[in-house]
Write a new protein. Structure first.
Length: 329
């Protein structure tokens, strides 16, 4: 149990550090989002190639329809979401970026309700109101300390679009993850994303632009390994030991970690209004995830997405948002 909690906490903190590394890289040297993203994926992709090979041992070959879905979801869930996120971080604070991204479980619920043609429940509605009121408070905080309100709003819009893209990816990926396995699917999707990033970079940037200063290279390496590959492995270990429910609950500490790291390493100002907003977002996300945790109160030895036959339709989409996803942009 203790080791599982350590893995879950480590995964949440490592994921959250990504925004810090991105902001530090932008401050270290003139570099654009696609170049920095290309460096990150260049360091992470070889590890995921190994994971794809390892997780595919003894498994049947990919079916053509599954490959098509992996390519489509990889482009949507990792390539597009990551690109929009990196672009948004040019304009907004790391703390606000993390909280906006953390809205994705509420988006999954809305998308699921639309697909299932059912009304949103009262608990889900309260979760949405709390979460978006919290984001409003955090945006107001950032607008009061920003010299360019338009840039802050643009950054929020880009990160929000990233979260929407990721939520759509989760809804579409759930049944495929159940069939091929979480690590295998995620590795393939991230490799698709890496190829898309590489193609975009090759088409729009000179190759020499990858020769960034050593400080940027180290930060990109940290993004690729410490904030992408490592938390993927830690998350899988945590789910195996303490179940998806407890892992998701511990993962809620991630945005709080980002606020603390941003204050310490980036000198981002922290106000009571920002902390109140963060608390509202966390409360909303926990509320929208509560039925899943109640259903899995005893813990689980595997991600809930791998056992969709035992999960009611209404909760199944919610569960995919909180526990089956190994990476968050």
């Amino acid at each position: 149990m203790t080791w599982g909690l350590v893995c879950a906490a480590g995964s949440a903190i490592a994921f959250s550090a990504k925004a810090i590394f991105v902001k530090l890289a932008y401050a270290a040297a003139p570099i654009d989002a696609i170049t920095l993203l290309a460096l990150r994926m260049a360091y992470a992709a070889p590890c995921y190639a190994v994971l794809l090979w390892w997780s595919g041992r003894g498994r049947p070959r990919w079916q053509p329809h599954a490959l098509v879905r992996v390519v489509a979801l990889g482009m949507l869930g990792y390539y597009l979401a990551s690109l929009l996120d990196f672009m948004g971080l040019v304009y907004v604070s790391a703390a606000l970026e993390r909280m906006v991204l953390f809205l994705y479980p509420t988006m999954v619920v809305v998308i699921g309700a639309a697909l299932q043609r059912r009304p949103i429940s009262r608990a889900e509605l309260w979760a949405l109101l709390l979460s978006y009121a919290g984001i409003g408070a955090m945006m107001w905080h950032d607008l009061t300390v920003s010299d360019d309100a338009g840039a802050t709003l643009l950054g929020c819009a880009l990160v929000f679009a990233s979260a929407v893209s990721y939520a759509i990816y989760l809804v579409g990926a759930q049944s495929l993850i159940a069939g091929v396995g979480s690590v295998r699917f995620t590795s393939a999707a991230i490799l698709v994303s890496s190829a898309c990033v590489g193609l975009q970079f090759a088409a729009t940037r000179p190759l020499a632009q990858l020769a960034a200063p050593a400080s940027v290279q180290l930060l990109a390496l940290a993004m690729g390994l410490l904030s992408t590959v490592l938390p993927t492995l830690l998350l899988g270990a945590a789910i195996k030991r303490i179940g998806s429910s407890r892992t998701a609950l511990v993962g809620s500490m991630g945005p709080v970690a980002t606020i603390g790291l941003a204050a310490m390493l980036l000198d981002e100002p922290v106000s009571l209004l920002e902390l109140l907003g963060a608390g509202l977002v966390l409360a909303g996300v926990v509320l929208v995830s509560r039925p899943v945790r109640a259903a899995n109160a005893g813990g689980s030895d595997a991600p809930a997405a791998a056992d969709t036959s035992a999960t009611p339709d209404r909760d199944r989409v919610r569960d995919s948002a909180r526990s089956s996803s190994p990476s968050r942009s």
